[in-house]
Structures are given as structure tokens and as C-alpha cells.
Design a protein around this ligand. Structure first.
Ligand code: ADP
Ligand code: MG
Length: 146
């Protein structure tokens, strides 16, 4: 649970510090839940020196960092089969963070860290991590045991 924006960023930063090349993170949650805020924390950990914002009209934004960050918001994709060459990103050397991932569910690798963000109050968020695959299970174990 987080009670402030800063806490969410801090948590995302801790997670971001443990990411590896090819990591895939999917984010679900209502509009304003904090998916983009969470992505900002990951970007900080990767030393991305541009401001990460909501890619309203852009589906994929690329940021250079210790690992490159591919921030996707597929909310505007009308067709779940629309393929924008996602595989290049999913199976590349960078980190993929995908907002509204369920829209392109069938194109995303099964092995990933899925994150649900639930709004519980004006500043309170419940963040649920659902690791799929041993790499992501280990990541979560390390994250919660430090
Ligand atoms: P999304 O990408 O899910 O639509 P954003 O990250 O763009 O959401 O927006 C989240 C909003 O919620 C921001 O205005 C942010 O300031 C606010 N907020 C309030 N409390 C929190 C919190 N604990 N964690 C994350 N965001 C929070
Ligand atoms: Mg967003």
C-alpha cells in the first residue's frame, strides 16, 4: 500500500533497480490510478533523464537509460490484433512497461510482472504484484525481503 505519490515512486524505483534486459511489466488500473506515476519511478531507477509522461497520442515512447525504457500506452488501440511491431520491444534488450496491457494481451509474452493498481482513497493506492515466470518470482522475493 502507498499513501502518497512519492511512496509509489519510491516503490517503483526499488523495483526498477532490480530489472534486467528484456523485462516486461504490465500495468492495469483505472484512469488516474497511477500507472504513469509508477512508470516514472521505474524511469528514475534506470536513470532516464527525460520526463516520462502519459503518451496520449503516442502508443510507444522510447527513453534512453541504463537499460532503455519502452513505455507503451495501448489504450487507444482500436483493435487488439493491431500489431505495431511490439515483438521488437518485448524480446529486445530494454525494459517494456505497458499500460492497459490487457488490450493486447495475446501479443504480450506470458512471462512478465503484472501489476494491478487499485485506488483506495485520494492518495491511497493498493499495488498488487503478480509475477509470471521464475525470473519475476525471484524479483518479487528480493523486492519484499530487503
Ligand atoms: P494512470 O496512468 O493510471 O492514468 P497517472 O499516474 O497518470 O495514472 O495519475 C495518477 C494520479 O493520481 C496523479 O494525479 C497522481 O498525482 C495521483 N496520486 C495520488 N496519490 C497517488 C499515489 N499514492 N500513487 C500514485 N499516484 C497518486
Ligand atoms: Mg497513464
Amino acid at each position: 500500500k502507498t499513501k502518497t505519490i512519492e511512496e509509489t515512486i519510491e516503490f517503483a524505483k526499488n523495483l526498477g533497480n532490480k530489472l534486467f534486459p528484456g523485462a516486461v511489466i504490465t500495468l492495469e488500473g483505472d484512469l488516474g490510478a497511477g500507472k504513469t506515476t509508477f512508470t516514472k519511478g521505474i524511469a528514475q531507477a534506470l536513470h532516464v533523464n527525460k520526463t516520462v509522461n502519459s503518451p496520449t497520442f503516442t502508443i510507444i515512447k522510447e527513453y534512453v537509460g541504463d537499460l532503455n525504457l519502452y513505455h507503451m500506452d495501448v489504450y487507444r488501440l482500436s483493435d487488439h490484433l493491431e500489431d505495431l511491431g511490439f515483438d521488437e520491444y518485448f524480446y529486445g534488450e530494454g525494459v517494456c512497461v505497458i499500460e492497459w496491457a490487457s488490450i493486447i494481451e495475446d501479443q504480450i509474452p506470458r512471462e512478465r510482472l503484472h501489476i494491478n493498481i487499485f485506488v483506495q482513497g485520494e492518495f491511497e493506492r493498493l499495488i498488487e504484484l503478480v509475477p509470471n515466470g521464475t525470473k519475476y518470482q525471484k524479483l518479487c522475493e528480493v523486492l519484499f525481503n530487503e
